[in-house]
Design a protein around this ligand. Structure first.
Ligand code: HEC
Length: 232
């Protein structure tokens, strides 16, 4: 009997360790050689990210699953009706954020249609860190092959059809921090709109973990009580 118990205890210990390691293993496989930035969903960051998105990215990209009503509804953004009205102009509240650039013009100018960014952080390995790396990853081609300024260290194949969208921050060395902050903000914003309910899930997750710990403790007490009088 004792042997069986020892065995099952060892097994549950291993299972516990695996459960604890699972999230670490999952994130390790998604990291790769990307730069790492702090993706945050605080009001200041998300608002800055929204501004970068509407002022810069929307020149070419849409986020068609993000409606103006969504923008108004997220408490993390905290936008007033007036602010949303100003953003949408004559667009309807239920319309998504659409770019003025037509697919035809995009193809003519860049050779490619810029992808919709509504859920891009979920479609790319590395999510927000990938977007951040991409936006701060323009440099001159070390092999001198890509000469039009579209060499990007983090894009597969290294030649991206998107011209450096935050380029003007780089004219002056002192603006680098600003470039990084803009990139961080818009990466956070895109991560947020890609999965706005993750905050809620995280909160629920903490309660679930707490509950499981408590349950384990209660079961352990119960086991002790049941086995108390059994002679080993
Ligand atoms: C001048 C037009 C233009 C602007 C402005 C622009 N993009 Fe792009 N973007 C493109 C094009 C074109 C592609 C397609 C690139 C390719 O597949 O080679 C692209 C692709 C992307 C991709 C997908 C890369 C991949 O892995 O396939 C992301 C992410 C992206 N852009 C983010 C942004 C963000 C964020 C902004 C705003 C800061 C922005 N873009 C501004 C034209 C633009």
């Amino acid at each position: 009997m004792k042997e069986v118990m020892m065995k099952s205890m060892r097994l549950s210990l291993i299972a516990g360790l695996l459960l604890m390691l699972a999230p670490a293993m999952a994130s390790a496989s998604g990291g790769g050689a990307l730069k790492h930035t702090e993706i945050t969903f605080d009001n200041e960051t998300l608002r800055k990210g929204l501004t970068v998105f509407t002022d810069v990215c929307m020149g070419c990209h849409a986020a068609k699953y993000l409606t103006y009503r969504n923008l108004m509804a997220y408490p993390e953004l905290g936008l007033s009706r007036e602010e949303v009205d100003e953003l949408r102009g004559d667009k309807g509240l239920l319309e998504g954020l659409i770019t003025e650039l037509s697919p035809e013009d995009a193809t003519e100018s860049y050779g490619k249609v810029p992808p919709d960014l509504s859920v891009i952080t979920r479609a790319r390995r590395g999510g927000g860190n990938y977007i951040y790396s991409l936006l701060t990853g323009y440099e001159s081609d070390p092999h001198g092959k890509v000469e039009d300024g579209n060499y990007n260290a983090y894009y597969p194949g290294n030649r991206i059809a998107m011209p450096d969208p935050l380029a003007w921050f780089e004219h002056d060395e002192s603006e680098t921090a600003d470039l990084e902050e803009q990139a961080r903000a818009v990466s956070s914003f895109l991560t947020f709109i890609g999965d706005p309910h993750q905050l809620e899930r995280q909160r629920i997750g903490i309660w679930v973990m707490g509950f499981l710990v408590l349950l384990t403790f209660v079961l352990w007490l119960l086991k002790r009580e049941v086995w108390k009088d059994v002679k080993h």
